[in-house]
Ligand binder design. Structure first.
Ligand SMILES: *Cc1c(COP(=O)(O)O)cnc(C)c1O
Length: 381
């Protein structure tokens, strides 16, 4: 019997250390490896090229995404950068129109100057994706659910549209918000899954990292070549932290989601709240797609207040359990106002978010404490 997700999260890619029996993968804090003769080694020569702690992480994350291959990077952005490097000047990319602000910044401010062309479309509408694809399109970049609007795109339907094209573009999915516990894009027709492991996979707000998971051997060979050639690799300590984090991913995602659902329900009943966004909430425009492709609604909740931006800034400054900070996916609850924090790079662009939008990363604290904190903060706003 193939091990289930929870078992893979704890064991995949990890064997007790053969020299000592250490049950946890050691942090191989080394840059180089002794050779018994010129070119004769045990599979490791230099730690940019390969490191055993990194290899354990790459194999574990691949197993969790149902992928044949995994590659780890120094950040989610370094992983995203690698995917775009598969393209060449003149190629066209169709990208979601409310992707992570840093993804938009990388595409718009870095890759455009190398002659790549980007179109940003509403990927929740499969027909808009179909209409945006040209003869030069080589990559479709999806994020689902998106950051911070939690829009949900139908991965399987978009994969189906691309599959019908004479020259099928690559389909890459940023699975950071959902994690492989909720959603496995490769099984839905994606070619590449990208993660910021900084978020739920690490899960403890103590590491920055990224990963790419895939089934295709040729894509793996090209990306592994670039991983070594470009060098945006994570250090062994960072790999260890993510490996440790994923061991509890299933447990954490269950609690994140049950707390987030309670928060979404609480907010939607609150008189000061204008709109609540949560993928599994009945009011969500893509709730049906979300329920089909995700195991639960995840830990992120966004909302707007009737008092607009002023009330949003007051509420964000008034919470005590929810810390006012960027990032997400850790065990602790965070609150932020994307327009002034994580998504500043989109201000004035077509991707700009409502200045009154508040984003919550709902942690795994006791739900009563989270609801009481929101109650007092909304009272002040
Ligand atoms: C944070 C994030 C990234 C970027 O990852 P880093 O690890 O910060 O480089 C990419 N996509 C999404 C959805 C994110 O939330």
């Amino acid at each position: 019997m193939k091990p289930k997700f929870e078992t893979l999260a704890i064991h995949a890619g990890q064997e007790p250390d053969p020299t000592t029996g250490a049950i946890m993968t050691p942090i191989y804090q080394t840059s180089t490896y002794v050779q018994s003769g010129v070119g004769e080694h045990k599979g490791y020569e230099y730690s940019r090229t390969g490191n055993p702690t990194r290899k354990a992480l790459e194999d574990c994350l691949a197993a969790l995404e149902g992928a044949a291959y995994g590659l780890a990077f120094s950040s989610g952005m370094a992983a995203t950068d690698m995917v775009v490097r598969l393209l060449k000047s003149g190629d066209h990319v169709v990208c979601g129109n409310d992707v992570y602000g840093g993804t938009f910044r990388l595409f718009d401010k870095e890759f455009r100057k190398f002659g790549l062309h980007f179109d940003y479309v509403d990927t929740t509408d499969v027909e808009k994706v179909r209409a945006a694809v040209t003869a030069e399109t080589r990559l479709v970049w999806l994020e689902t659910p998106t950051n911070p609007l939690l829009n949900v795109s139908d991965i399987q339907a978009i994969g189906g549209v691309l599959g019908g094209l004479p020259e099928r573009p690559l389909l890459a999915v940023d699975n950071t918000f959902a994690t492989p516990y909720l959603q496995q894009p490769l099984a839905l027709g994606a070619d590449l899954v990208v993660h910021s492991t900084t978020k739920y996979l690490g899960g403890h707000s103590d590491v920055v990292g990224g990963a790419i998971l895939m089934n295709d051997a040729d894509l793996y060979a090209r990306l592994a070549f670039m991983q070594n050639a470009v060098g945006g690799v994570p250090g062994p300590m960072d790999c260890f932290l993510v490996l440790r984090g994923v061991k509890t991913l299933a447990l954490r995602m269950e609690r994140h989601a049950s707390n987030a659902e309670a928060v979404a329900n609480y907010l939607s009943d609150h008189r000061a709240v204008e709109r609540v966004i949560y993928p599994f909430h009945d009011s969500h425009p893509q709730a049906a797609v979300a329920r089909r492709q995700m195991r639960n609604g995840g830990g992120m909740v966004s909302f707007t207040l009737k008092g607009g931006k002023t009330a949003a800034l007051k509420a964000a400054a008034a919470t005590k359990v929810f810390a006012l900070a960027e990032s997400l996916g850790g065990i602790e609850s965070l609150i932020e106002v994307p327009a002034g924090m994580t998504h500043m790079s989109t201000v004035g662009s077509p991707l700009a978010v409502d200045p009154g939008l508040v984003r919550l990363s709902v942690g795994v604290e006791h739900v009563d404490d989270l609801l009481a904190d929101l109650e007092q903060a909304l009272g002040q706003a």
